[in-house]
Every structure is written in C-alpha cells, then in structure tokens.
Design a protein around this ligand. Structure first.
Ligand code: URA
Length: 207
C-alpha cells in the first residue's frame, strides 16, 4: 500500500472493486441478499440473532456512559440489514449528532464518493460507528465510553453478518480488533473479526 493517503484510498477502492466484482459474479452483491432463513426463526435463533430494530430498541435513550448527556441524537447506524459490506467509523461528529445519521458531514462526502466508485449506494451497505453518541469537541472516545457501546456494535455485526468490514481509522480498527497495533501498520492488510474479513484503512477525515 502507498504512503500517500489519497493513493491509499484509490488502492482500497480498487481492492474492494475487484472483491465486489468477484462477489457480483457469484450473485452476492447488487441483488438483495437472500433472507437468512426461509422458515420462521426459531425461538432460539431470535434470542441469539436480534434484528437491528431490536438492538436499537434495547439502546433506547442510552445513558450508559457520560456521552449520553451531551448528545442531540443517538447515531445508531443505517443501511441494509443484509449488507455484504459494513463500514465502521469512530464516533458521530457535529453534523451526525444533529441529523442522527452516520457520515453525513464532510467525511461522509468522501465515504459517499468511495461508495459511488464501487457502484454502490449507501442503502446497499451498512454504516455505523464504534460509539453512537458524539464526544464533546470531537475528542477521541474514552475507554469507558467505548466499553459501554461496543456490545451494541457486536450485536449489529452479528445481526448483519457482513462478508467484509471496512474499519475507518485508528479508533475503529483498534477497538474492533482489540489491538494496540498502529493503524499505519494495519491499514491495507486483511484482518479477521470472528471469521469476518476486516480491511482497516485511514479515516476519511484524515484522507
Ligand atoms: N466521523 C466518524 O467517524 N463517524 C461519523 O459518523 C462521522 C464522522
């Protein structure tokens, strides 16, 4: 991978493009993903695989950490519950906090461009963050805040079961993978999270 962040983004897009091309040929991407089961979910499956709506409901007007007090809107995430590709950022910024939607500010423009280049719409993928409430002055989320929020991200991942997760930036990468390895080392290299392929990259706002 390149040392130049812009080139890095182009390379990431190219890499994802070829992966998606392959998956499209298999009929995995571009057409709605088949429902997880054709028969009604068993009681067991329901308890182990909550829907996104159920996870959102469980979060409620979350006050599990100190970020709850300062936010305008909780930013849960959005996109397809059957997404093959999931993007995980760090935390909502000012625009996201106001709108209650992830990546709608400047960094979101870059993400939208990336998706456009991949021939995807936001509705085809799933986009969320490590923490769901805006940290004051956009500071990094603190360990207790991440700890309070991560279980909900894990549930979202388990509900969607994407084929590939792209982590956007250091905070998303290190917290998802539970590592202190620098992003400069991890970005552009395939990692795994519970059997799901993870591609760490720089955060769009850095790029
Ligand atoms: N940056 C992030 O990490 N997430 C957002 O939702 C917006 C900006």
């Amino acid at each position: 991978m390149s040392e130049n962040p812009r080139q890095e983004l182009q390379e990431l897009v190219a890499g994802l493009e070829s992966l998606l091309k392959f998956q499209r040929r298999l009929g995995w991407v571009g057409t709605p993903r088949p429902e997880k089961s054709t028969s009604p979910p068993s009681k067991d499956a329901k308890t182990t695989r909550p829907t996104l709506a159920e996870i959102r409901e469980e979060m409620g007007e979350c006050q599990r950490c100190k970020l709850g007090k300062g936010r305008t809107n909780l930013v849960f995430g959005e996109g397809s519950p059957q997404a093959r590709l999931m993007f995980i950022g760090e935390a909502p910024g000012a625009d996201e906090d106001l709108q209650g939607r992830p990546f709608v500010g400047e960094a979101g423009q870059l993400l939208n461009n990336m998706l456009h280049k991949l021939g995807l719409r936001r509705e085809d993928v799933y986009i969320t963050n490590i923490v769901k409430s805006r940290p004051p002055r956009n500071r990094d989320p603190e360990p207790d805040e991440v700890e309070a929020c991560l279980p909900f991200l894990f549930k979202q991942i388990d509900s969607i079961r994407p084929l590939v997760i792209v982590t956007l930036g250091r905070i998303a990468t290190q917290n998802l993978l539970d590592t202190k390895e620098p992003i400069t080392k991890l970005r552009g290299t395939w990692q795994k999270f519970h059997g799901i392929r993870v591609m760490p990259t720089f955060h769009p706002s850095y790029l």
